[in-house]
Ligand binder design. Structure first.
Ligand code: DGJ
Length: 666
C-alpha cells in the first residue's frame, strides 16, 4: 500500500473512536436561546428559532470552539415597506406565503384556493448525527420535517425535507426544495459550477455572483450534461473582481444534490447582497398531489465547508463520497483495469471478434472485459432492437456463456452493456407495448437517437426492467453492467393514469424512485455485480445515482487533450474513484490530431483506467507501452482513486477560460 495511504489508514483508525463520539455529540440545542448548533472538526453550522417562530440561519463556516458563543437569531430587519423583514431574513426553509419574494423552498395550493403557507417551529429530535426539526403552517395541518445529517469526519451536512399533509383534504405541492443554504453576510463571492454538453461535459465555469438569480438546472428528466448539480462558492479577494478562487487558501462553501431527475439550484444575491442557495426538485412542470396522510420527501442536498481553498473543498467531498455515498462505502474496492469494445467494434460484436479482443486485452494486464452495445435483439444499428433483451443468435449462436467462459479463462471478469430504460420503435417490445413509453395521448412521440423512453414509473415497466436484468444476471456470470441512457425526456405524459388524474406530473419523482429501487434490488440480489452510470457520457453523474453505481462514464470524448479539462472539472465535484477513463485510438473521431499511446495512458490513469482501442490495429510497441503503464498504474491506483487529490497545474487556458470544445457529432 502506498506510504501516504498507510498513514491515512493509521490516522483513520486513531480517529475512529473519537469520531463515533463526535457523531453523538455533534448536534446541540440551547433551549434558552433556541439555537441549534452542529459542530465538527471541519465546520460549525448554526441556526435558530427567531422571535416570529421561524427558523433562521446564523452561522456556517470555520469550526468554533464549544465555548464560543453563537448569537440568538437576530430580529428580522426591515429596511422599508418595500424591503420587509421576510424579504431579507436568511431563512433556513421558507414557504411561499406572507411577504416573501425570495425563492421559496415550498409552494402549496389547497383545494379551497388558499396558496399561503407560513411555517413555524414546532419541535425537534436529536439523534446521533441526525437532527429533525418539525415545522408546521400557522393554521393548517401541513407539517414539514427538516432533516439534517452530519458526517463528523468531513463536516458535510445533508439536508432534506419531508412534507406531510395532515389536513382532511388533498393538496398539491407545486414546488419543493430540499434546503436553502445561507452564506455569511458582507462579502463578494465567486460561483464555480460545471456546465457543458455532449462530449464536452464538466467544464468548470467561474463567475462573480451578481445581484439577481443564477439558475443551474435540468428540465430534461435526468441529471443532464448541460449543468451538473454541484456548486462551490468562494470569497472573492477584497478589491478583486477576478473570479479565480485559490486552490489552497480561502473559504469555500460547496454542495451537490443527490438526485438524478429534473433538478434546480438557484443561487440568489438579494438586495442587501446576501447569498442563498436553494436546491431540490425542479418546479418546472412539477405538481405533486398529497392525499390526507401522505407525504413527499425531497432529495438530499449535501454541503460542506473548506477553509483552505478549492483543493481542500474537493478533497473533503471526495472523502465524503467514498465513505458515505458509494454502494461499497466506506471502503469501495479500487476500480479494475477494464477493456471496453465500443470504439473498436461499435455494434458489430460477435463471439470470435470479442474473444480475439479479450485475448489481446488480457495480454496487457486488463482485469475486466466489457462487451458494449450490439449483443442483443436485432441490434445492428441504433435504429432497432433496443428493448429486446435476448441474445442475438447470429452473433452468439450458443449464447453469451462461451464468451464469458473464455474471458474467465483469460483471468478477467466479464461486463455487459445495457440500456434498460429505452426502446426503439423498431423493436418487439415497442410493437407489443406501445403504451409503455412516456407520451401524451394524441401527440407526437419525439425520438432521440431513434429511441423512446419507457415510463419507468409504471409498475409493469418496472417489473419488466427488473425482470430482464435479474434474469440476465442470474443466467450469466456477469460482474459488471454498463447502464447506459442515451436520450432525454419529451412529452412526459403518463396516459395510464387517465385524463382526469392529478398525478400526471408525479412522473418526475416516481420514475427516479423506481430507477433507484431497481438498482437497489438488483444489487441486493446480485451483490457481486458492479454498475456504471453512463448517459451518452456524463449525462447522469450525481450523488443520487452514485448511491447505487460504482463508477460513471464522464464523457464520450476520449481525446486526451479534451479529457484533461473534462477530468479537471469532474475532480472539483466528484472523486476520481468513480471517474472512468479509456485509452482509445489516435486519431479517433475527434478531428484534433495524433497523440502518443503513452500520453493517452497517462491521461486515463488519472481515474479508473480503461482501454477502448481497437487492439487488432495495435503495433508491438503499443502493446509494450500499454503493458508497462498498466503494470505501473496498478501500483499507484489506490492512491490515484482514493488518495488526497492536489491539482498542481490547471489544464485551462492561461486566460482562465476552458479550452475550446468544438467536438463534432460522432
Ligand atoms: C453511449 C455511450 O456513452 C458509449 O460509450 C456507448 O456505450 C454507446 N452509447 C453505445 O450505444
Amino acid at each position: 500500500m502506498p506510504k501516504h495511504l498507510t498513514l491515512a489508514a493509521a490516522v483513520a483508525a486513531a480517529l475512529l473512536a473519537p469520531l463515533s463520539l463526535l457523531a453523538q455529540e455533534a448536534i446541540h440545542y440551547a433551549a434558552a436561546t433556541h439555537v441549534f448548533r452542529i459542530d465538527t472538526p471541519a465546520v460549525t453550522y448554526a441556526m435558530g428559532v427567531n422571535a416570529a417562530g421561524e427558523l433562521q440561519a446564523i452561522y456556517w463556516g470555520a469550526p468554533l470552539a464549544p465555548a464560543d458563543p453563537i448569537p440568538t437569531p437576530a430580529e428580522p430587519r426591515a429596511l422599508s415597506g418595500m424591503e420587509t423583514p421576510t424579504t431579507i431574513t436568511p431563512y433556513e426553509f421558507r414557504a411561499w406565503g406572507g411577504l416573501n419574494f425570495t425563492e421559496p423552498d415550498l409552494k402549496i395550493t389547497f383545494p379551497d384556493g388558499n396558496r399561503d403557507l407560513v411555517l413555524h417551529y414546532v419541535s425537534h429530535k436529536i439523534e446521533p448525527a441526525k437532527l429533525t426539526i418539525t415545522t408546521k403552517d400557522i393554521s393548517r395541518d401541513v407539517f414539514v420535517d427538516l432533516i439534517y445529517t452530519v458526517d463528523p469526519a468531513t463536516g458535510v451536512i445533508g439536508r432534506s425535507s419531508v412534507i406531510t399533509n395532515k389536513t382532511k383534504s388533498p393538496l398539491t405541492i407545486e414546488q419543493a426544495a430540499s434546503a436553502t443554504w445561507n452564506l455569511p453576510h458582507g462579502t463578494d463571492y465567486t460561483l464555480s459550477y460545471l456546465s457543458g454538453r455532449w462530449a464536452a461535459e464538466m467544464q468548470l465555469t467561474q463567475q462573480k455572483i451578481a445581484d439577481g438569480t443564477t439558475v443551474l438546472e435540468s428540465r430534461r428528466g435526468s441529471t443532464g450534461q448541460q449543468n451538473n448539480p454541484w456548486f462551490a462558492i468562494s470569497r472573492l479577494a477584497p478589491g478583486s473582481s477576478t473570479p479565480n478562487p485559490d486552490e489552497e487558501s480561502g473559504e469555500v462553501w460547496f454542495g451537490a444534490l443527490a438526485w438524478s431527475g429534473s433538478w434546480r439550484i438557484n443561487v440568489e444575491r438579494n438586495q442587501v447582497h446576501d447569498i442563498r442557495v436553494t436546491g431540490g426538485y425542479n418546479p418546472f412542470d412539477f405538481a405533486y398531489p398529497l392525499a390526507p396522510g401522505q407525504n413527499l420527501s425531497t432529495p438530499v442536498f449535501y454541503a460542506g465547508y473548506s477553509g483552505h481553498g478549492m483543493g481542500e473543498a474537493s478533497r473533503i467531498f471526495h472523502r465524503f463520497q467514498i465513505a458515505n455515498i458509494l454502494p461499497q462505502r466506506p471502503t469501495p474496492k479500487p476500480r479494475p483495469v477494464i477493456y471496453n469494445s465500443w470504439e473498436a467494434t461499435e455494434m458489430a460484436v460477435d463471439e470470435p471478434g470479442q474473444v480475439a479482443l479479450a485475448q489481446k486485452a488480457a495480454s496487457i494486464g486488463v482485469e475486466r472485459f466489457i462487451m458494449d452495445d450490439g449483443w442483443f435483439g436485432q441490434r445492428s444499428s441504433d435504429h432497432l432492437g433496443l428493448g429486446d433483451w435476448y441474445v442475438n443468435k447470429t452473433k452468439f449462436p450458443n449464447g453469451l456463456k462461451p464468451l464469458i467462459d473464455k474471458v474467465h479463462a483469460l483471468n478477467m471478469d466479464f461486463g455487459l452493456w445495457v440500456e434498460p430504460e429505452m426502446v426503439n420503435p423498431n423493436s418487439d417490445l415497442y410493437r407489443a407495448h406501445p403504451d409503455w413509453i412516456l407520451n401524451m395521448t394524441g401527440r407526437p412521440r419525439s425520438e432521440g437517437r431513434n429511441q423512446l423512453m419507457l415510463n419507468l414509473a409504471r409498475k409493469d415497466v418496472r417489473a419488466y426492467v427488473f425482470g430482464f436484468l435479474d434474469k440476465l444476471l442470474s443466467d450469466n456470470d456477469i460482474a459488471f453492467l454498463k447502464w447506459d441512457y442515451n436520450r432525454q425526456w419529451s412529452e412526459p405524459g403518463w396516459p395510464e393514469l387517465g385524463p382526469d388524474s392529478d398525478k400526471q406530473k408525479t412522473v418526475y419523482v416516481e420514475y427516479i424512485r423506481n430507477l433507484y429501487s431497481i438498482l437497489a434490488e438488483l444489487r441486493a440480489k446480485h451483490p457481486k455485480v458492479e454498475i456504471q452510470s453512463c448517459s451518452s457520457g456524463g449525462g447522469r453523474v450525481d450523488l443520487g445515482i452514485l448511491g447505487f453505481t460504482d463508477e460513471v462514464w464522464p464523457s464520450d470524448n476520449t481525446d486526451p487533450f479534451d479529457r484533461l479539462s473534462i477530468q479537471n472539472g469532474f475532480s472539483y465535484a466528484y472523486t476520481p474513484q468513480v471517474m472512468t477513463a479509456w485509452v482509445t485510438d489516435s486519431p479517433n473521431w475527434r478531428p484534433v490530431g495524433v497523440t502518443s499511446t503513452a500520453y493517452r495512458f497517462l491521461v486515463s490513469m488519472q481515474g479508473g483506467l480503461g482501454v477502448g482501442s481497437n487492439l487488432n490495429k495495435w503495433s508491438d510497441a503499443d502493446f509494450a507501452t500499454a503493458k508497462d503503464l498498466i503494470a505501473a498504474y496498478k501500483t499507484v491506483r489506490q492512491t490515484v482513486q482514493q488518495g488526497s487529490l492536489y491539482r498542481l497545474i490547471s489544464p485551462r487556458l492561461p486566460t482562465g477560460e476552458p479550452s475550446d470544445y468544438s467536438a463534432t457529432e460522432s
